[in-house]
Design a protein around this ligand. Sequence first.
Ligand code: HEM
Length: 195
Amino acid sequence: MTTESPAGYSYDEDLAPSPVSTQKLSHLLSDVMWTEADAAALRRAGEILRPQVSAILDVWYDFISSTPHLAAVFAGSDGEPDATYLDRVRARFEQWVLDLCTRNFDERWLAYQEEIALRHHTEKKNTTDDVSSPATHVPMSDMLALVVPVTLTIRDFLATGESDPEQVEAMQQAWFKAVTVSVVLWARPYAGELW
Ligand code: HEM
């Protein structure tokens, strides 16, 4: 974790409680077959990924920048990708990689997942970085589908710190489960009553 918090990062500040209860979170963790072994594997993954977060974000940002409908979500008022917006979000995204691996899945974690959800949704997108983007929200469809690149591309980074393929597999599975639960929580404001 960086010593200075990224701009706009508010995990440790006053957060509105999530409308999602810890009981519902435990149901979601059951849904993805979460176990204590996953919790340990994810902590270990965090140690391996920490020194590589910048390189990981290089890969993800290359993918977003080279995919026009994804890049468009980062457009500024002139319709072109807004470099400052991209940079500020990137710093929080790096922090998220570490948070996902190290934070306890408690009420505060749930509250920040709701905050991230709203920052993708019309409710709060563009407000944290004060951008006037024509993109009012991140489409839920793209948000859900990005679970695939975010999960597949992490494997090579995990493998740089662990030679046993079974351990790499265990860490990737824990990562996949944790990312899935996160994105399910981020879908909440989009899905309304039926979530
Ligand atoms: C698995 C899928 C995704 C993950 C893990 C992810 C992760 C994140 C994280 C960690 C943040 C920063 C949260 C914070 O402020 O602390 C963020 C913000 C953002 N993401 Fe995503 N994201 C995903 C899908 C997408 C997609 C598909 C797009 C479309 C290009 C996107 C565009 C954005 C934008 C524009 C912001 C800034 C929103 C704002 O505050 O104005 N994200 N994302």
